[in-house]
Write a protein that binds this ligand. Structure first.
Ligand code: NAI
Ligand code: MG
Length: 489
């Protein structure tokens, strides 16, 4: 049940299975984006706290530790138990998420189910992380082992706080790594409830640590830490670049990055327009447009362009914006003042550059960070709104003539996270899917993300793939062992 008065029980750092104050004693406010008011003061970690968390993680990862002695299948049971506890506390988790992030409660429920599915998927991988025996030249007996990469630093964003935590925690446990995770400063709360569940699940102390705090301080301490052997980041391309540099300048820790996007969705002229417009609408407006793989460039065939724009405008006009705790609401506030201001400035630039504003474009009310669902048509490739990640409820509709032209324009971006095509023509769907430079391609659907399938970006949308079998590899080293045999046989 939706409950805006959900109790905020946990506000401290989580290190070595205990909730502790920051060494500095500092706290920072977490803001409710629907009202702009403070929900709670949260412990603010920085370098000293990251050092403590890394020390706890190191102890948990030591040879012969309780954790290292667990059978792989036992780690699977821990993940399964964690999934059960997320399911049990689904209402608490979803309410904290709705309160802190501003997404509608029902959407937050959906996110928690995504966490449950992720934990269960990776639970199955624990005892299937097999190496190989290799028929090498020279007669030695050679085999490979998949080993945990070690102490992992994980930095996550605010758009899907719990789901991103699940995407980070699940492969940590599945591969036998240990983690120090920093949630986004906008959304520190739900992760702390998850920490409490990790203790209840029986995950040994030091395996999962959560240090809230700001990017340059707590995040920076993670990325440059000499004992962290891998950093996994989800967030902006700008910060991804900083992280890759910090990793290189410190200990060359391994880096995986899931960054921004400007994903194209190509709508061919053989579609049923109302159905196609609905898919394109959800592709763009999901999570208030705060989605790395949102379909923000809607390329529409010239033959159906006007009708499609009219239908898209109608859908945006009807989208209900309001309190995250109102069951009929589809869109809550943007996450914070900074993001809200940035989105409004993109809308202004769209108007200035001559895109046709069909609907929306304004702030709603004067409290909280609500923005009208906005549709621009007649957008051209060189406009700012067609190039930059807006991360808000803004759809840009562009006109095209041929599939080849659409492919070329779809690829004319520095990003490459996702792409989609709507058509009943199988050949066109396959030509597009092969040619588009994107980590995920969706045909006649969008945002079809599952824990079973790899997810990540081409080009400046990232490095590496999360989820699926590749999601295990991100957290593993491969060791080759060669044994000389006395006789060659
Ligand atoms: P951000 O990339 O600054 O923040 C993401 C995470 O990185 C947060 O936990 C933050 O504290 C941390 N961080 C920031 N600076 C850091 C540093 N120097 N070292 C280590 N960690 C650092 O994203 P922000 O500022 O919240 O949003 C800016 C834009 O980034 C958005 O408008 C959107 O375009 C994009 N973004 C993309 C996301 C995605 O899912 N790919 C998620 C969030 C934002
Ligand atoms: Mg930032």
């Amino acid at each position: 049940m939706a409950n805006p008065n959900v109790e905020v029980k946990y506000t401290k750092l989580f290190i070595n299975n205990k909730f502790v104050d920051a060494v500095s004693g500092k706290t920072f406010p977490s803001i409710n984006p629907a009202t702009g008011k403070v929900i709670a003061q949260v412990a603010e970690g920085d370098k000293a706290d990251i050092d403590f968390a890394v020390a706890a993680a190191k102890e948990a990862f030591k040879r012969g530790s309780e954790y290292r002695k667990l059978d792989a299948s036992a780690r699977g049971k821990l993940l399964w138990k964690l999934a059960d506890l997320f399911e049990r506390d689904i209402n608490i988790l979803a309410n904290l998420e709705a309160l802190d992030n501003g997404k509608p409660f029902q959407k937050a429920i959906f996110d928690v189910y995504g966490c449950v599915a992720t934990f269960r998927y990776f639970a199955g991988w624990c005892d299937k992380a097999c190496g190989k025996t290799v028929p090498v030249d020279g007669g030695n007996f050679a085999y490979t082992r998949k080993e945990p990469v070690g102490i992992v630093g994980q930095i996550i964003p605010w758009n899907y706080p719990l789901l991103m935590l699940a995407w980070k925690w699940a492969p940590v446990l599945a591969t036998g790594c240990v983690s120090v995770l920093k949630p986004a400063e906008q959304t520190p709360l739900s992760a702390l409830h998850a920490c409490n569940l990790a203790v209840e699940a029986g995950i040994p102390a030091g395996v999962l640590n959560v240090v809230n705090g700001y990017g340059p301080t707590a995040g920076g301490a993670i990325t440059s830490h000499p004992e962290i052997t891998k950093v996994a980041f989800t967030g902006s391309t700008e910060v991804g670049r900083i992280i890759a540099k910090a990793a290189a300048d410190s200990n060359l820790k391994k880096v995986s990055l899931e960054l921004g996007g400007k994903s194209p969705l190509v709508v061919m002229d053989d579609v049923e327009i109302s159905e196609a417009a609905k898919i394109a609408h959800e592709a763009c407006f999901e999570n208030h447009g705060q989605c790395c793989c949102a379909g923000t460039r809607t390329f529409v065939h010239e033959k159906i362009f006007d009708a499609f724009v009219a239908e898209s405008t109608r859908l945006a006009r009807e989208r209900k914006v309001g309190s995250p705790f109102d069951a009929s609401v589809q869109q809550g506030p943007q996450v914070d003042d900074e993001s809200f201001t940035k989105v409004l400035s993109y809308i202004e630039s769209g108007k200035k550059e001559g895109a046709k504003l069909q609907v929306g474009g304004n702030r709603i009310g004067n409290c909280g960070y609500f923005i009208e669902p906005t549709v621009f048509s007649d957008v051209t490739d060189n406009m700012f709104i067609a190039k930059e990640e807006i991360f808000g409820p803004v759809q840009s509709i562009l006109k095209f003539k041929t599939l080849d032209e659409a492919i070329e324009r779809a690829n004319a971006t520095t990003y490459g996270l996702a792409a989609g095509i709507l058509t009943h023509n199988l050949e066109n769907a396959l030509i597009f899917s092969n040619a588009v430079e994107a980590g995920s391609v969706w045909v006649n659907c969008f945002l079809a993300i599952t824990p079973q399938t790899p997810f990540g970006g081409y080009k400046q949308s990232g490095l590496g793939r999360e989820c699926g079998e590749e999601g295990m590899e991100l957290y593993q080293e491969t060791k080759t062992v060669s044994i000389k045999l006395p006789i060659n046989h």
